[in-house]
Write a protein that binds this ligand. Structure first.
Ligand code: C5P
Length: 227
């Protein structure tokens, strides 16, 4: 295969889950392992890109040649991604919480005698991907991920349009051999030009390389056009 070089390009990747603190000992998280985003960061660095990897709480090793910025919450990830711009490419592979507790409580919440329910108020987090795509210094290629249990294609195409993305990589979660915690995955990538690309099933390291080929092709195509 002819490997497209990304030498000299700046690529920002977000990866992993976010943890939204409820109190000092509890949080709302998700099952993202970070493996897909870390694989994209590693493969991009191998192709000569300058890579900033904004990583949620995961214990994966930092890929060679990658600048890693560790964050915990969606709000911290938003700040770190914005601070890492401008870039040529943004790949939003993180599973960012859509809602976070309105207030993190400073002391551990104690159950009271006779209490049989607890109500938490959650508020919407800011959409990092949409804000990157709307940014005054928008990266030339903005890539999102859509992990869905149902209606994968319809939801992915909806996000591509609504968040003004160039590519969206969709995968079905909840099946064995694919999705969040697995080393392997299968992705269907929808492009703003209407093309559809089936990647895998394969190791996430190989999928990362195939995704970078699609990104390199879009970089060579110039400004995004809608189908
Ligand atoms: O809308 P949904 O959360 O399913 O979209 C998933 C995509 O949006 C992923 O690429 C994820 O990184 C990104 N996202 C984000 N900020 C949020 C929520 C999702 O960047 N607050």
């Amino acid at each position: 295969m002819n490997i497209a070089s990304l030498a000299g390009l700046r690529i920002v990747v977000s990866a992993g889950p976010t943890f939204e603190d409820i109190d000092p000992v509890r949080f709302i998280g998700n099952r993202s392992s970070g493996k897909m985003g870390f694989a994209v960061a590693a493969a991009a660095a191998q192709r000569g890109a300058r890579v900033a990897l904004v990583a949620g709480p995961v214990s994966l090793p930092t890929p060679a040649g990658v600048e890693r910025i560790n964050v915990r919450s969606a709000a911290q990830m938003h700040g770190a991604v914005m601070a890492a711009l401008p870039a040529d490419v943004y790949v939003g592979a993180a599973a960012v919480a859509d809602f976070a507790p309105a207030h993190a409580v400073a002391s551990k919440i104690k159950k009271q005698a006779g209490q049989d329910s607890l109500t938490l108020t959650l508020v919407r987090t800011r959409d990092i991907l949409a804000d990157v795509a709307d940014h005054a210094q928008r990266p030339r290629v903005v890539v999102g991920f859509a992990a869905e249990t149902d209606h994968v294609e319809a939801y992915a195409r909806g996000k591509l349009e609504k968040k003004r993305l160039d590519l969206i990589a969709a995968n079905r979660v909840g099946e064995s051999g694919s999705g969040f915690e697995s080393d392997d995955n299968a992705l269907t990538v929808y492009a703003v030009d209407g093309s559809v690309h089936a990647l895998g099933p394969a190791a996430k390291t190989q999928l990362a390389d195939e995704l970078l080929d699609l990104i390199a092709a879009r970089l060579n195509q110039g400004p995004a056009t809608t189908a």
